[in-house]
Ligand binder design. Structure first.
Ligand code: SF4
Length: 353
């Protein structure tokens, strides 16, 4: 009698397991999944960068209702696009969206390009986003590597090092390309996104639900908490600014931010240096006498490269000289301000008034 052979279970390919998992456990009814329209898929991919699905859905639906196609978006004033983006954060995305819509109309006759390399030349679209759009809209085979996928692959393949470093990023791209299936690219791409967002989460990943747990290196070696390696710590510079809540007849004065730099093109409160003499600055800037009011609690806000402490200062005005009116200034009631394109911390401040 022959002895029974001991079998090591043979795992199906990484892609096959992901595709099967996506079919039964992935997300299927997100608003941008019910279309092959590259324009809508592009909008959703840009909005989903750095923002969670549940937050994006109402913004996406409003944006699509107002700008149903690329030509409407390209023809709209930037301010209107920013209004729709207000509260979603990372406003550069909205500037890029608008610029890319114009480029599609001007250089591609209003038709969304089909080729991944061409898509990647549009403002605000990197290699990963271009591949995702091409996969969902045209079924094109290409690797994606957004933040969630980096984490998933760093853990599953046991790749140490900060993924923002070129060498580590290249290693992750190589893995991402090597794992691509020949078919079902759409389901596979969606599976990577879903698994990264819902199972292989940053904190407390749900490995017991993971279809690729059987050969996950981080799990086998007890390195889940240390992968991917965090960004090497560096102290962010701290800056401070005073913002003026200039109020008159039930309205607040807003000033248009410059077209470049932080909060570009948004409406915000006039700013002065923290140690500025506020009455003198207002006299010089608006030719008016003001009454300095209450200083409100400071607000802390983090940017990628620095931290900002915002000191709000209430200011009253009795008379507003006509010559202080200018195209970059706008009086808004609290309600109108809450509907306008304001930076998130300024909107939060107005909401608390
Ligand atoms: S087993 Fe856990 S750590 Fe590994 S890929 Fe799956 S969810 Fe992520």
């Amino acid at each position: 009698m022959t002895r029974a052979k001991r079998h090591t279970p043979v795992l199906r390919s990484f892609a096959a397991r992901l595709i099967a998992w996506q079919r039964s456990h992935g997300r299927h009814d997100l608003p941008w999944q019910r279309t092959r329209d590259a324009y809508r898929i592009w909008l959703s991919e840009i909005m989903l960068q750095q923002t969670q699905v549940a937050t994006v859905i109402p913004y996406y639906e409003r944006l699509v209702a107002t700008f149903p196609d690329v030509r409407t978006l390209a023809a709209a004033p930037l301010d209107r696009v920013l209004e729709h983006w207000s509260g979603l954060g990372y406003y550069r995305r909205a500037h890029h969206l608008h610029a890319a819509a114009k480029a599609i109309v001007e250089h591609h006759g209003g038709a969304f390009p089909r080729d991944t390399q061409t898509i990647a030349t549009l403002p605000g679209i990197g290699r990963s986003t271009a591949a995702a759009i091409a996969a969902f809209a045209f079924g094109a085979r290409g690797a994606i590597l957004d933040g969630n996928v980096r984490r998933l692959l760093a853990r599953h393949r046991g790749i140490a090092g900060y993924p923002g470093e070129t060498k580590v990023e290249q290693a992750l791209w190589k893995e991402a390309e090597g794992l691509l299936p020949r078919r079902d690219i759409e389901a596979y791409t969606q599976a990577l996104m879903d698994l990264g967002a819902t199972v292989c989460t940053r904190a407390a990943p749900r490995c017991f639900e993971c279809p690729v747990a059987g050969d996950c290196i981080a799990r086998r070696e007890g390195r889940i908490a240390e992968l991917p390696s965090p960004r090497p710590t560096k102290m962010l510079p701290q800056r401070a600014v005073r913002v003026l809540l200039i109020e008159r007849a039930g309205a607040i004065l807003f000033e248009k931010r410059p077209a470049a730099g932080i909060w570009a093109g948004l409406w915000s409160l006039p700013e002065v240096a923290v140690d500025d003499d506020v009455p003198r600055r207002c006299k010089a800037r608006f030719a008016t006498d003001i009454v300095v009011g209450e200083a409100l609690a400071p607000i802390e806000h983090g940017f990628t490269h620095f931290r900002l402490t915002i000191h709000p200062q209430r200011v009253g005005v009795r008379k507003w000289p006509a010559r202080a009116e200018a195209p970059g200034l706008l009086w808004l009631t609290r309600e109108d301000a809450l509907a306008a394109a304001l930076p998130a911390p300024i909107k939060a401040l107005i909401r608390r008034l």
